[in-house]
Design a protein around this ligand. Structure first.
Ligand SMILES: Cc1cc2nc3c(=O)[nH]c(=O)nc-3n(C[C@H](O)[C@H](O)[C@H](O)COP(=O)(O)O)c2cc1C
Length: 414
């Protein structure tokens, strides 16, 4: 499997992380976790349990983190003042235990401290997260579930576990999250959450209007901006539903993905989820026209005929305009406002077209960008247009950074 590369996530650069590794099969994945944390700019100190050293050698972590690994609470030699069980955690901003065994999480729940990592957990004065990894029956065991509930009520972050096929051959809950998912969970845990409790509904990507079963009309939207917004919103605490046309991108972690093809399907999916939404952002490049009667069978080339396909077009629903209209009606009926935000990708006259779109679609914000710079690119340069403020121009940044800056602004209105 190709390693997952993450964009730079907020708050991780120079974060001092103590990574505890316990004795489970998933310990091998922690090597990749260290690599990803180091790439994010974290300072990583690995501490292993004795059992963990049976699964992976400390040297692997030493090489990846650039620091000697601690295992024993009885250090040989005269290093510092001989109290690693306190000192290591005092140099940490965050203590992360991944994988966390059933044994170790039971000990953390009850305050046991008979190895170095347990002592660090008990003596810490920084936040703690555990990423459980164990057999499905171990996970479902009432003792483990009691211990997890106990840790959660103590304010300890629990990352995962995931469900699926396990190393032991059984299937179910108890798999450790993938290393990149743990890094994202860590970023979410440490960052402010101005969108906590908010439901964000997003559209992203192109639409695909079928001509026949194998051909269709689409556009050059990559989905990158919408997916970056989904990821950033999740990091900021939102519940995210992403209605996406066909893209080549992996689903943003933490978001509920509703894949669609055509503009009509996107329209239906949006209105399925709209009632719960506090914030709607339409980033998708929705086709204005669809094919009226797509052929049920593949259209054949007409040899010797002049070029040309017999197609009739029909106007697609205007999703943003309908959402704007819906939001106005709901605002009159009930006390649950919906903030409506649309995107405008234009090749010229951005200020003029975006301002016009603001009125026409009854949106609260239109986010303008130049199509030739934005489509498919990894960076964006956004301008926020609203009825109440002068246009706000964000500097050129990565799409994830632009998404964060935009959402910080929108969070004040949502
Ligand atoms: C091959 C093997 C694989 C194991 N995998 C796990 C595991 O994935 N999760 C777990 O909770 N325990 C697992 N165990 C049991 C732990 O290693 C055992 O409970 C140990 O005492 C944990 O020590 P620690 O919590 O100090 O690291 C495994 C044991 C063996 C022999």
């Amino acid at each position: 499997m190709r390693p997952v590369e993450l964009p730079q996530l907020p708050g991780l650069n120079q974060l001092r992380v103590v990574l505890g590794v316990c004795g489970g099969i998933a310990a091998y994945k922690s090597a990749e976790l260290v690599r990803l944390l180091i790439k994010q700019g974290c300072d990583v100190q690995v501490v292993m349990t004795e059992s963990a050293t049976r699964f992976i050698a400390p040297l692997t972590f030493q090489a990846l983190s650039g620091k000697p690994v601690h295992v024993s609470q009885w250090p040989a030699g005269n290093n510092d003042r001989g109290m690693p069980h306190i000192d290591i955690s005092r140099q940490a901003d965050f203590l992360l235990v991944a994988p966390c065994t059933a044994n170790s999480l039971a000990k953390y729940a009850h305050g046991f401290a008979d190895n170095l990592l347990d002592n660090l957990v008990l003596a810490r004065n920084c936040p703690l997260a555990v990423a459980p990894a164990m057999n499905v029956e171990m996970w479902n065991n009432p003792a483990t579930q009691r211990n997890i509930a106990c840790l959660q009520s103590d304010g300890i972050h629990v990352f995962g576990p995931a469900a699926g096929e396990q190393a032991c051959g059984e299937v179910g809950s108890g798999r450790m999250l993938e290393p990149f998912e743990i890094v994202l969970e860590l970023a979410r845990a440490i960052n402010p959450k101005p969108l906590a409790g908010k439901n964000l509904l997003l559209t992203a990507g192109p639409t695909f209007e079928a001509i026949d079963p194998v051909r269709g009309i689409t556009n050059r939207s990559s989905g990158k901006m919408g997916y970056a917004l989904a990821q950033a919103a999740w990091l900021m605490g939102a519940h995210v539903t992403l209605v996406s046309g066909p893209t080549a991108l992996p689903a943003p972690y933490g978001a509920r993905l509703h894949p669609v093809q055509s503009a009509k399907q996107m329209h239906a999916a949006v209105f399925t989820h709209l009632e719960q939404a506090d914030l709607f952002i339409g980033v998708a490049a929705v086709a204005d026209y669809g094919i009226k009667n797509p052929s049920a069978s593949k259209q054949k080339k007409q040899e010797g005929q002049p070029a040309g396909l017999d197609m009739e077009f029909e106007l697609n629903p205007d999703i943003l305009a309908e959402v704007g209209q819906w939001a106005q009606q709901r605002a009159q009926q009930r006390n649950k406002p919906l903030l409506v935000v649309g995107f405008a990708a234009e090749t010229e006259n951005l200020d003029q077209y975006a301002s016009h779109k603001l009125d026409k679609k009854k949106a609260h914000f239109i986010i303008g960008n130049l199509a030739q710079d934005a489509l498919g690119a990894d960076i964006s340069e956004l301008t926020l247009y609203s009825h109440t403020e002068a246009p706000i121009r964000l500097e050129k940044m990565s799409k994830l950074q632009s998404a964060q800056a935009l959402l910080v602004h929108l969070a004040q209105h949502a």
